[in-house]
Design a protein around this ligand. Structure first.
Ligand code: NAP
Ligand code: GLV
Length: 310
């Protein structure tokens, strides 16, 4: 049986190995870098493998991203073109991302942070309205995660729109696509939620130029990748009132450096890249199927289009 390499960052591999072996007891899984002869390795399960390493395995057939995003795999320009790339597409991950997005949107819509901030003043505001009809949410990305979260917010009574690269039809959601579609959606969006993959086309999409196309005082949720946001543009947008509040789960540098100005900004809610969880029992059978399909030459679930970048 050929070898499967596993590489995680900041997590132990044992629980993943045990969960995968429950479905495929014969799998030989070894934690990188102690994987034995390089020519035995035909599959890799990775999160943030250093670039230039996978090319050392001449019989590698498939790289499985232990995450929904594959930017961490595609940044390795030495990965041979014939190696297939697959990613996590999993209902339990969609569920946890939806919970994060719903929490962030409602927290901003109801301005929960101001109650926490002003608690010391015994602040008890007068009557105020928070009708969700007046808080249209626009999603950048209507894929596996975006569609799930958009549908949940719609069910909670928010007007919801979504933008994708290609045309899409999702019940109850007003959809847009392409560059012209983006401007049309931004003009009507009170809360912008980014659930895009990081590609050449989407890097830096959350910029001053994009913020200027939103109604003044709009809110921002970024749970895509830190590189979607031009970080230097956010605090000026908050200071001008163009953006009222932001909830960021991902950052250009992670962990967010201790001296980063976002830490001191009460208008930015920070979570530590934990919007969506990879639930080990749920993804283990997917990993087994992805590796087995690659070995047998069958269609691979969650296959990534390398040219498209996601
Ligand atoms: P997905 O199913 O591949 O969906 C991607 C969506 O983005 C699709 O709707 C796609 O359009 C759209 N898109 C891609 N490029 C575009 C462009 N240039 N213009 C307009 N739309 C574009 O991905 P997913 O599973 O929903 O995951 C999305 C991302 O979430 C991941 O790549 C990852 O970066 C991030 N993520 C973050 C966390 C976290 O914990 N913070 C966890 C999981 C995932 P089409 O529908 O037309 O293809
Ligand atoms: C996490 O960021 C993921 O892409 O799954």
């Amino acid at each position: 049986m050929p070898t499967i390499l596993i590489k995680l960052t900041g997590e132990r591999a044992d629980p993943y190995i045990a969960a995968v072996k429950k479905h495929a007891p014969g799998f030989d899984i070894r934690e990188w870098p102690d994987v034995g002869p390089a020519e035995d390795v035909d599959a890799a399960l990775v999160w943030q493998m250093p670039p230039d390493e996978l090319v050392k395995f001449p019989n590698l057939k498939i790289v499985v991203s232990m995450a929904a995003g594959v930017d961490h795999v595609l940044r390795d320009t030495t990965l041979p073109g014939h190696v297939q790339i697959a990613r996590v597409v999993d209902p339990s991950m969609a569920r946890s991302m939806t919970q994060h997005v719903v929490m962030s949107v409602i927290r901003m819509h109801r301005d929960i942070d101001s109650f926490t901030r002003r608690r010391g003043e015994r602040w008890w505001p007068g009557p105020h309205s928070f009708n969700s009809d007046d808080f249209p949410v626009g999603f950048l990305g209507l894929g596996h995660l975006g569609t799930n979260a958009a549908t949940a917010l719609k069910a909670l009574g928010f007007p919801v729109m979504g933008w994708s690269r290609t045309p899409k039809s999702v019940e109850g959601i007003e959809t847009f696509h392409g560059p012209d579609g983006l401007d049309a959606m931004l003009a009507q969006t009170q809360c912008l939620v980014c659930l895009l993959p990081l590609t050449g086309e989407t890097r830096g999409i959350l910029s001053a130029g994009t913020f200027a196309k939103l109604p003044k005082g709009a809110c921002l949720v970024n749970a895509g990748r830190g590189q979607h946001l031009v970080e230097a543009d956010l605090i000026p947008a908050l200071d001008s009132g163009q953006i009222a509040r932001a909830a960021l789960d991902v950052f250009e540098t992670e962990p967010l450096p201790a001296d980063h100005p976002f830490w001191d900004e009460s208008r930015i809610a920070i979570t530590p890249h934990d919007a969506a969880e990879v639930h080990i029992p749920s993804v283990a059978s997917l990993f087994v199927e992805q590796i087995t399909a690659a070995r047998e030459g069958r269609a691979i679930p969650g296959l990534v289009d390398r040219d498209r970048g996601y």
